[in-house]
Design a protein around this ligand. Structure first.
Ligand SMILES: Cc1cc2nc3c(=O)[nH]c(=O)nc-3n(C[C@H](O)[C@H](O)[C@H](O)COP(=O)(O)O)c2cc1C
Length: 485
């Protein structure tokens, strides 16, 4: 990809891990237990080091053969995400440049490169069929102390096919093991995989499904990224890679999965049987969803590579190990959506880790007309890529860095009059796992748009900011270089 970038996304997880190790951002951890220890090690490390934490590769997990590994925090640093997306590592030093570059590549990806169906690949090195199927042959973790069980799918891709249009969807939806060949997936209302699944179930038919654990970085990132309905994830991924994804079709369902995946499970979501799913430590840092009945999934095939790597994403109270990539991808999608809505002079956007990548969003603009900041705030509060369980949307002027929480709070404290410059919206898209939703059958929430821009009519007269001019700042930097090193 990207002749201007000179970097190429990796073909599979193993190539990615090798590149991360070369850079010195991989930590090998041995002898951590699948029962809560993998999740705890990851949480404690990320709370301490946040985006400076390494990727973690756990091996020699008690009860499991050496070589059966679990990976956490694949894209938890700017460098690793840049690497996965095929960017030059230097770009990782500047979030705005990274976003600008990626958005150019997204547009390129919109060319869509259709996948190529192949007959063989490393994922077929081992096949379990029917009576042999056992998900617990892998070191499936209990991620958090209060989780309802072991989750094989967290950093995964769930593949379904729309029964009407045939569109193949890949979405990241968690999957709890309920027996050697039984599991349950939690797919929120409004997600494409849920809409597709429910079309089968409401017609009384089982829904064919494939669950990928340990996909190549681009397919994994595509699964967790809200695409336009018209954009199939595999074609988006092919566009970003600049070559067709090589996919194998499942023996039973014909659903396609990347030939170089680590573990792939194939089966059916039942139209008649359910099982309790959850509780699970959610992305916002609570066990808010509790346990609820979800359709039972019966797995009838498992394909896996030798010495497979189970990719994991254990959410906790933020910051945590897979938030950086979510903040980044959603910020990029938000900027695209605002531009697509025809709004001029949007300069930057950032979904903050403290808001778990959803609940706190800042957008900066160069104000051009009366009502510009209101327009940006209202649109940003609803677009598909960030509208789900959103809460606080802050619009700031272009002298404010939206990625810098100090800058944003300073603008809120000095440029926004809460009585006249905030807008409350009710009955917005939320989820039963939202902490403020008390009636789980009514998953709405409210949200606030905070206009922290200087009022347009006072742009010329608003008090001047007290900070050194760029010239004076540069002069003192030159004079005392050792002080600023
Ligand atoms: C690590 C990770 C875990 C996720 N877990 C879930 C989940 O359990 N259920 C869910 O509905 N969405 C979950 N999501 C969010 C969806 O994957 C995301 O909204 C994606 O866009 C859904 O795909 P879709 O747009 O094709 O529906 C998760 C995302 C990530 C990155």
């Amino acid at each position: 990809m990207g002749t201007d970038s000179g970097a190429i996304p990796q073909n599979d997880l193993r190539e990615f891990i090798a590149a991360v190790e070369k850079r010195g951002e991989l930590a090998h951890v041995r002898d951590a237990h699948w029962d809560k220890e993998l999740g705890a090690v990851t949480e404690v490390l990320y709370r301490q080091k946040v985006e400076k934490s390494p990727m973690l590769l756990f091996d020699q997990i008690p009860d499991y053969p050496k070589g059966y590994r679990c990976a956490y925090g694949m894209f938890g640093s700017p460098y690793r995400l840049a690497l996965a997306l095929g960017m030059q590592p230097a770009l990782a030093d500047n979030r705005k440049e990274m976003l600008d570059y990626f958005r150019k590549q997204i547009r390129k990806a919109f060319k869509r490169v259709p996948p190529k169906i192949v007959k063989d690949g490393p994922v077929l090195q081992n096949v379990m069929r029917d009576g042999q199927v056992d998900m617990l042959k892998f070191p499936v973790p209990v991620h958090h102390e209060e989780d309802g069980g072991r989750y094989i799918g967290t950093a995964c891709g769930v593949v379904t096919r729309d029964p009407d249009s045939g569109r193949i969807n890949v979405g990241t939806y968690r999957d709890q093991v309920k027996g050697g060949d039984l599991c349950a997936s939690y797919i929120t209302n409004g997600k494409q995989g849920r809409i597709q699944r429910d079309k089968y179930l409401q017609a009384g038919k089982a829904c064919p499904v494939v669950i990928i654990v340990g996909a190549d970085p681009i397919t994994y990132l595509a699964g967790g990224f809200t695409m336009l309905d018209a954009m199939p994830e595999y074609e988006w991924a092919g566009g970003l890679m600049d070559r067709p994804m090589e996919l194998i079709e499942g023996e039973l369902t014909g659903l396609p999965f990347p030939a170089r995946s680590e573990i792939v499970m194939e089966g059916e979501i039942s139209a008649s049987e359910t099982t309790l799913e959850g509780p699970f430590g959610e992305w916002h840092g609570y066990y808010a969803g509790g346990a609820q009945k979800e359709p039972l999934i019966r797995i009838r095939r498992i394909y896996h590579r030798d010495n497979p790597i189970l990719t994991c994403a254990a959410s906790q109270k933020p910051p945590h190990s897979h938030l950086f990539e979510r903040c980044f991808l959603r910020s990029a999608a938000l900027l695209d959506a605002l531009e697509g809505a025809g709004i001029p002079d949007v300069r930057g956007a950032w979904l903050h880790q403290a808001g778990a990548g959803r609940t706190f969003c800042a957008v900066s603009i160069k104000q051009r007309y009366f009502g510009h900041s209101t327009q940006v705030g209202l649109v940003a509060s609803q677009v598909a890529s960030v509208g789900y369980v959103s809460r606080w949307i802050v619009v700031v002027d272009d002298d404010i860095d939206p990625t810098d929480i100090h800058d944003v709070i300073w603008a809120m404290g000095t440029r926004c009059d809460p009585k006249t410059r905030t807008t409350l919206l009710d009955h917005c898209w939320s989820s039963r796992i939202d902490t403020v939703v008390t009636d789980k059958s009514l998953p709405y929430n409210s949200r606030m748009v905070i206009d922290a821009c200087r009022p347009y009519e006072r742009l010329a007269t608003f008090p001047k900011v007290c900070e050194s001019s760029p010239e004076l700042a540069a002069k003192v930097r030159r004079k005392y270089p050792e002080l600023f090193r």
